[in-house]
Design a protein around this ligand. Structure first.
Ligand code: ADP
Ligand code: ZN
Length: 436
């Protein structure tokens, strides 16, 4: 047994072989279906279904998808599969898209969730000696508590700093020698900017080793900037409130995809339009089935998140399959002059250009009955421009690079550092003013 497994028995699940994962899934699937059938919604939708027959993915595929609209239509208690007195916590999905949905957890659900996240943190090298500063919002949003308990489970000194208040965040990092962060990638870039403004040099004045970044799509270029600016390694954490919150899949030190926790979640990738299953490696919509959830089991839940399963196994040794970083949600996809674009494609180009700053905004409008896209991007505070010709040259370069990627030519607007709007939560990247 490894040292980690001796200290943390739950870590054994990280060492399961492929066969062991498969047989656990076969064993747990009918139990998960039986559990789901205890909720009023599934009892009605799947009346007559024999849970014990559902022992494979093929069998599961007889069951229709569950969608966010289904969850909404059954608010507040339609998906609850246990008596309310067994529920110990609820969260709200943050309502980025539409009305919020309540998600329930039993004590066992919370335990599993914390263990899944702690496994991911341990896998990249977090130990009880780490000092963990959680800069995600606490409350109904799952980001804060979602990593808080796992950090405590590992034994880290856990600082519930919450979102915002950047000068206090920096002061805490300096005073307590914070080694690990949980942070929105968009906020991470702002934090790096503030550090620079405050004369704080992370490699000299801070002690950071890890950042767990997630809750919103971000490009590899943004990650690289964060790692460089804050002098740490950044690991992508994916999740959604409907499953539990952050921790459905977490990147390992290979940084080549996010390991699902397949003993708790069964993943499929489907064509977002037809709903047909896609082969491993093809990009489509992630569909998840909870294998161990008690309070609110979900079968074939359409996450609306676009990714692919990475077919081969990972150099870190984990046999849990990986997903590629999320490209965006199906509802974030912009259709501009017939071309499909995810905001993260634009981000990838912008963040690869050193002269750009940390924030950008995409505005869509209708001009002469045509879609017009304006990309506003802050310039980096590290560059000064002597004359407008230099700025014009930068603008043209960005426009050209975006054109090559997107196949249409957006307008580009360069703005002062810190001038684009920022909120405390997930970054808003798109304003769509097009005529409907
Ligand atoms: P809401 O759906 O209201 O935003 P959640 O806070 O549950 O509520 O957000 C979950 C969603 O956030 C996911 O479905 C996904 O779209 C996005 N998300 C979470 N983690 C990541 C990540 N690491 N990369 C990209 N997107 C992410
Ligand atoms: Zn790995």
């Amino acid at each position: 047994m490894s040292e980690i497994t001796t200290q943390y028995a739950f870590y054994q699940a990280e060492q399961l072989s492929r066969d062991e994962i498969a047989s656990l899934q076969t064993e747990r699937l009918p139990q998960a279906v039986a559990c789901a059938l205890k909720s009023p919604w599934y009892a009605e939708q799947l009346a007559g279904l024999e849970a014990e027959q559902i022992t494979s993915l093929e069998a599961l595929r007889q069951i229709p998808f569950t969608t966010k609209e289904d969850l909404r239509s059954a608010m507040p208690f339609g998906f609850l599969a246990v008596p309310l007195d067994q529920v110990v916590r609820m969260h709200y999905s943050s309502g980025t898209t539409g009305t919020a949905i309540a998600i329930y957890h039993t004590a066992a659900d919370l335990q599993h969730w914390a263990e899944c996240v702690a496994r991911g943190m341990l896998r990249v090298g977090v130990t009880r000696k780490d000092i963990f500063q959680n800069m995600m919002g606490y409350g109904l949003f799952t980001g804060g508590l979602g990593l808080h308990y796992p950090a405590e489970l590992i034994g880290c000194l856990t600082i519930p700093a919450g979102a915002g208040n950047t000068s206090r965040q920096i002061e805490i990092m300096k005073t307590f020698g914070t080694t690990a962060l949980h942070i929105l990638p968009s906020y991470g870039l702002r934090l790096a900017h503030f550090c620079r403004e405050a004369g704080v040099v992370p490699s000299r004045d801070l002690n950071l080793r890890f950042a767990f970044v997630g809750a919103e799509p971000h490009s590899p270029q943004t990650r690289a900037r964060l790692e460089q600016a804050l002098d740490l390694k950044a690991y992508n954490v994916y999740g959604l409130s409907e499953m539990c919150g952050p921790g459905v899949a977490i990147e390992c030190s290979a940084q080549e995809g996010l390991h699902l926790r397949e003993d708790h979640y069964l993943a499929e990738i489907v064509d977002p339009d037809s709903g047909q299953p896609l082969p491993d490696g093809e990009e489509g919509e992630l569909v998840l089935t909870t294998l161990t959830r008690e309070a609110m089991p979900l079968l074939r839940y359409r996450t609306r998140d676009i990714t692919r399963l990475i077919p081969n196994s990972c150099s870190c040794g984990s046999q849990h399959r990986r997903i590629a970083p999320i490209v965006g949600r199906t509802d974030d996809m912009l259709i501009v002059r017939g071309t499909n674009v995810y905001p993260v494609q634009i981000e990838r180009i912008l963040m690869a250009i050193p002269e750009t700053g940390s924030n950008y905004l995409i505005t869509l409008a209708t001009v002469d009955e045509m879609d017009e896209v304006t990309v506003s991007v802050e310039v980096s505070a590290d560059y000064s421009y002597d004359d407008s010709r230099e700025l014009q040259a930068l603008r043209d370069r960005i426009r050209q690079e975006l054109h090559t990627e997107l196949l249409f030519r957006p307008q580009v607007e360069l703005v002062e550092p810190g001038s684009l709007p920022v909120g405390e939560g997930k970054a808003v990247r798109v304003v769509d003013n097009r005529k409907k």
